[in-house]
Design a protein around this ligand. Structure first.
Ligand SMILES: [Zn+2]
Length: 432
């Protein structure tokens, strides 16, 4: 939600029915092809740490290393490097919009099979159901409307879209966002939240250490969020409904408040951007994650979704007088303190015009992670935080038979993740 260069106005007039018609005949899942048994030979497959030689098989869409009695097709992978599919743990670009088919194609081209959308017009999930979540497309989960407080992020975005003749059913309160200013609001609106059938719940904390000062204060329009005392109550209700909770954060205090509230996933890291995008007068220490909080995140099993690409791009074109060096060091400190504590880190870009490829390369540029660590974050942790109930993210016995074949070894050169030769999803090749 921070891709300032994108004007979402142009997407509001998308004709959903046209979109759906346009995709008819593109080819849905073919159950006959899916049932085919494949033997994959002459490849090296990623075991989460290194590449191993040896054949593997797809039987009924499930991966196995035990040779089945009957094989329909032997596939010579010509020395390719096989990795699990990549994932995008934070993006808003899957919504009813013209050229959605191109966006989906770009994800598949990038080798990204799983996408998480934390805050969207609730219509998206229903309107797009024929285009996504099938064997030859990307699999997507949606939070639908997110929970914030009056004046909090992203309420002004919803209001702006309404003023620009966006549909009320998409952007109004109770649709794109819910304002929860107290327990009464939560009790009254929670049934409405559940009614939209979200895949998970998205809540927002933003400078929560100053909630009293910022709440509904026009000086801090779009730079506040929920009262942190509300978040544990949301988590309790969400968990009772079988839903995980993702929490937007910006400061180290938000990070702490999200953790003690018991959220399952933290979106963004302190260092995403300075207060009100003022890059000159920054308070670095406000964004530094403490070792104690990093250890708490690790103990709680809370997944942290990075979304640093925009900050890194901003640092790269900093002006004189801006605290870009200190900021870059802050990003490295925060990633390192989480990594050393053993926190599960997922790769999400939050870039409307991009995919998680941009985030993976941005993280790579900071030099905090080895290529192997980065691959695990991108394939495994990211996929599991999107679909925690599925056997995906690793090349393991009994997991979904989904993978990418790279022509080069990404452990020796990370650029190899761009050289995808073939894509295989749930038992069949994706033809591009
Ligand atoms: Zn976002």
């Amino acid at each position: 939600m921070h891709d300032a260069g994108v004007d979402r106005r142009s997407f509001l007039s998308a004709s959903v029915s046209l979109l759906l018609c346009g995709s008819a005949g593109a080819g849905g899942a073919n159950p006959v092809a899916a049932a085919k048994t494949y033997a994959f030979e002459k490849a090296a497959w990623f075991d989460g740490h290194a590449f191993r030689a040896g054949a593997f098989y797809s039987v009924g869409g499930v991966l196995t290393f035990d040779r089945p009695g009957k094989v329909d097709e032997f596939v010579d992978l010509r020395g390719g490097y096989v990795v699990p599919p990549f994932a995008e743990a934070h993006n808003h670009n899957i919504e009813p919009r013209p050229k959605l088919a191109e966006v989906i194609r770009r994800y598949l081209t990038d080798g990204i099979f799983y996408v998480k959308v934390p805050a969207n017009p609730p219509r998206a999930k229903v309107a797009l159901q024929d285009l996504i979540n099938k064997r030859d497309s990307i699999d997507v989960v949606f939070s639908n409307g997110c929970l914030t407080a009056t004046g909090g992020h992203p309420m002004p975005l919803g209001q702006r879209n309404l003023e620009r003749s966006g549909r009320a059913e998409d952007w109004a309160e109770g649709r794109f966002y819910f304002t929860i200013d107290g327990v009464e609001d939560l009790e009254r609106k929670w049934p409405q939240v559940l009614e939209s059938k979200p895949d998970f719940i998205k809540v927002l904390l933003q400078y929560s250490e100053e909630y009293g000062l910022r709440h509904a204060n026009p000086l801090f329009n779009d730079w506040s969020g929920l009262n942190p005392a509300i978040v544990p109550l949301v988590v309790e209700r969400a968990h009772a409904a079988g839903l995980r909770v993702s929490c937007h954060i910006e400061t180290a205090a938000d990070f702490h408040n999200a953790l003690v509230a018991g959220v399952d996933e933290i979106n963004h890291m302190p260092g995403l951007r300075p207060d009100r995008n003022d890059w000159v007068d920054v308070q670095i220490e406000r964004y530094r994650i403490s070792k104690a909080d990093a250890e708490l995140a690790a103990r709680s099993g809370t997944v942290v979704v990075t979304t640093f690409v925009t900050a890194i791009a901003r640092i790269d074109k900093a002006n004189a007088g801006e605290a870009f060096r200190e900021w870059r060091e802050l990003l490295i400190w925060n990633l390192r303190v989480l990594k050393e504590a053993g926190v599960a880190l997922a790769v999400g870009s939050d870039r409307y015009s991009d995919t998680a490829v941009a985030e993976a390369f941005a993280l790579h540029s900071l030099g905090v992670f080895s290529n192997s660590e980065l691959l695990r974050m991108w394939c495994d942790t990211s996929a599991r935080t999107i679909f925690p109930g599925r056997k995906i993210g690793a090349l393991r016995e009994g997991y979904e038979a989904s993978f990418l074949v790279l022509s080069g070894n990404p452990l020796s050169d990370f650029n190899a993740v761009r050289g995808i030769g073939r894509r295989f999803k749930q038992g069949q090749f994706i033809e591009m």
